[in-house]
Design a protein around this ligand. Structure first.
Ligand code: ATP
Length: 441
């Protein structure tokens, strides 16, 4: 059963606490767009940084690029997007609502008003715009529907400038745009989205090994961002359902509150893209193996990860409620590595200058471990803890009179509270620093 109440709670928390806002909200919104707020942008950056670290920087065989979103439209003609990047659209003759035919159980009857649905037609999902002052067809450009296009178009530039040996890959994070027929489920199906993609270039004989390697890497990444194994599932895409150029595809699916749906994809794309660009541009996309003197067009393994769907999976799996008497404690059990705030420091009382001064000094010291150490001296300690719980801050640190030496044995010790259990420990300041450092590594 779909648990929409959980979804509503996540959407509400995301807005209330500054993670994610509806796009253009003061003007009534714009379907399929959302804006990341002060905490959301940090969560997003932390996830992207971790991906860059694992998929690019920790490896010797990876390069990065940041390609333009607007590209020569011939790229999308060669890749097949102009002719085929489409979904089947059906319209209700009565209420005029539009649906994706492949998402309907009954393609004859409108799920909203029961009216008759028309024939399905292919609707191209690329956003079109015009480059320059002339609004004629010669100036038509597309907003890229996936970041991969920019990687393929730069394959030769990377080979000619960096001279990497095969196998090697190119990683990129960036925006992509899809004019989805029915954007829905919060940040699951957007019209403006972000992707983290790798194109990994190989000799065709190596494809199975490379595919396995990236498959493992995707599971490692899921673990690193705190997604429980039990909620991530592989779906081997059957022969007839794969894109025509793909010899193997695995969809990584996630148990979202609205059902099991695609989170990420991993595909063996053969030499389809480079061969298509060689044909389209007339520029050779071949690779010469200096040792064997073999010249060939590399094949490609593509791990493709949507940032927004990842964030939704993270929020949905981290959302928790504890019943404490007649009060409910809401918290996000975020992996400390990606939590936007790592710890909050506060003085027990805000009207005692000596406590405030000491707490500020402790915060300054902890900021050397990580800059995201928050300060909160509003309201009572319980309220401060609740606020941090809701945004997923793993630790809260309180400075009291014992820290100042009222009890000499406890001088320079603090209280460290753990988000998930609410347990508190008395630790020295440097022990607290170590706890934070260990948790975020
Ligand atoms: P779907 O079948 O759900 O439309 P897709 O198979 O078209 O997705 P891909 O083209 O494989 O998706 O895109 C790669 C990744 O980009 C997806 O696994 C997903 O994480 C993300 N993604 C694709 N479309 C959207 C969208 N409209 N909104 C948010 N993320 C998306």
């Amino acid at each position: 059963m779909a648990d929409m109440t959980l979804m509503e709670k996540i959407v509400s928390l995301a807005k209330r606490r500054g993670f994610i806002f509806p796009g253009s909200e003061i003007y009534g919104g714009l379907a399929g767009t959302f804006d990341y707020g002060p905490l959301g942008v940090v969560l997003k950056e932390n996830i992207e940084r971790l991906w860059l670290q694992m998929f690019r920087d920790d490896r010797d065989d990876m390069q990065g690029i940041d390609a333009a979103i607007l590209m020569n439209p011939k790229i999308w003609e060669a890749s097949g997007h102009v002719a085929g990047f489409s979904d089947p659209l059906v319209e209700c003759g009565k209420c005029k609502r539009r649906f994706r035919a492949d998402h309907l159980e009954d393609t004859t009857k409108c799920p909203e008003c029961g009216g008759a649905l028309g024939e399905a037609r292919q609707f191209n999902m690329m956003f079109k715009t015009h480059a320059g002052a002339a609004e004629d067809d010669s100036a038509t450009v597309y907003l890229r529907p996936e970041t991969a296009g920019g990687i393929f178009a730069n394959y030769k530039n990377v080979v000619d400038s960096i001279h990497p040996k095969l196998p090697f890959g190119i990683a990129q994070i960036g925006k992509a745009f899809r004019n989805e027929i029915a954007p829905r489920d919060f940040i699951f199906r957007l019209r403006e989205l972000s992707q983290m993609e790798v194109e990994y270039f190989i000799h065709p004989s190596e494809w199975e090994q490379a595919f396995e390697e990236w498959r493992k890497m995707m599971h490692l990444f899921a673990k690193a961002i705190g997604l429980p194994d039990t909620m991530v599932h592989e779906l081997e895409v059957a022969d007839g359902d794969r894109a025509h150029y793909s010899k193997r595809t695995i969809d990584f699916e996630f148990d979202y509150p609205f059902g099991r749906k695609e989170l990420w994809g991993l595909a063996y794309r053969t030499d389809f893209d480079l061969s298509a660009h060689e044909k389209g541009s007339g520029v050779s996309q071949g690779y010469l193996d200096e040792e064997t003197k073999e010249k060939f067009t590399p094949h490609v393994i593509e791990p493709s990860l949507g940032v927004d769907r990842t964030i939704l999976a993270v929020l949905a799996s981290a959302y928790r409620e504890d019943e404490l008497g007649d009060e409910t404690r809401t918290y996000l059990a975020l992996a400390p590595k990606i939590a936007p705030v790592k710890a909050m420091v506060s003085p027990l009382l805000k009207n005692k200058p000596e406590l405030v001064e000491k707490a500020r000094a402790v915060r300054a010291q902890l900021k050397k471990v990580h800059p995201a150490i928050a300060w909160d001296d509003n309201g009572n300690i319980g309220k401060r803890y609740r606020r941090q719980d809701e945004i997923g801050t793993p630790f809260c640190i309180t400075i009291d009179f014992d820290t100042l030496g009222e009890n000499p044995e406890l001088k320079d010790t603090i209280t460290l509270r753990h988000r998930d259990t609410g347990e508190q420990e008395r630790l020295t300041i440097s022990e607290a620093a170590t706890r934070i450092r260990d948790a975020i590594q």
